[in-house]
Design a protein around this ligand. Sequence first.
Ligand code: PLP
Length: 386
Amino acid sequence: MIPYGMQDITEEDIASVISVLKSSFLTQGPAVPMFEQAVASYCQAQYSLATNSATSALHLACLALDIGPGDIVWTSPVTFVASANSALYCGAKVDFVDIDPISYNISVEALENKLITAKKSGCLPKAIIAVHLSGQSCDMMAIGALANRYGVRVIEDASHAIGGRYLNEPIGRCTYSDITIFSFHPVKIITTGEGGMATTQDEKLYSRMKLLRSHGISRDDGEMEFPVDGGWYYEQQALGFNYRLTDFQAALGLSQLSRLDDYVLARHQLARRYNEALDHLPIKLPNQNEASYSSFHLYIIRLELNAINKTHKEVFEQLRAAGIGVNLHYIPIYRHPYYRQFKYEYSDFPNSESYYSEAISIPIYPMLSNDNFNKVVSALENILKK
Ligand SMILES: *Cc1c(COP(=O)(O)O)cnc(C)c1O
């Protein structure tokens, strides 16, 4: 099976992990801050905080923004469940804003309408989690402007999007948001095995996330709330977690980061080749908007079912049977059994529903061979031919 995504691990990556394994620090050594600094500098962000997953980073971001019981957080329904779960972890409620039919990111028009209604009924969200689906940035300028107008905080879930750009700035710079988070899961753009990162320009948000990443414990004499008893002294000042990344993972991340731009370039080249090879088929190809440079984590096609003599499910299964590891990103979150208790109406999200009935992610990753690329194209041609 040709997977939809796949990591690339080089000899240099392996050597850098081994060198940490041979050193005295497996965790909380020098590699984590080096990796953090490298990502911060890549993203032109003041601060960055490595975590053991993007899910943890999302949780910390919500906590740093003081999201808790009584608050509401909005996100896109077409995303991985972690984007929404992070708000539930904090005791907040989650609601969804329908997607844009072209970019598949949160619709600015739907967002504005929902904000107008929410303001009237006094139930504005505390934060919006904007997800850059497939690595293409949301319309952050518009989202940031709306957030300012309505006093709403913004988190960018850029799990797909490291290496991408928006209006010529790196994603992660937080020009229109409070915090951006990245994932380093193996299918994402660069990997640490498991791992994540939060970037921000706000020192307070950074300090809060940093405290909560490690049990809520501070060891900084200047930050103690009580008198320092002695050299052993530290304080737990909040109820935090153990969300730390290990040093050997950070070493892998640092080594991978040096190839980030090449990876994104290779993904663009594959996307361009797909665009040409698939243009004649009854499918909608991914739209690229002018303002953004996608990291092309995913290559999502949509079936034009009117022009195809098969169902979405049949096409999907025939592709799998042909050895193509296609996937669907994502089942709208409100459709999951756990989310049924919150009683969302499918009909409130017509664009997400229509997306879900037609979308398929086909394999895209830098090491996808020519042979496998051609297999994907001919499988699609065979299965979709009239
Ligand atoms: C992968 C992913 C996450 C979670 O990332 P982990 O590092 O696996 O916790 C969150 N949001 C989106 C959009 C993702 O794709």
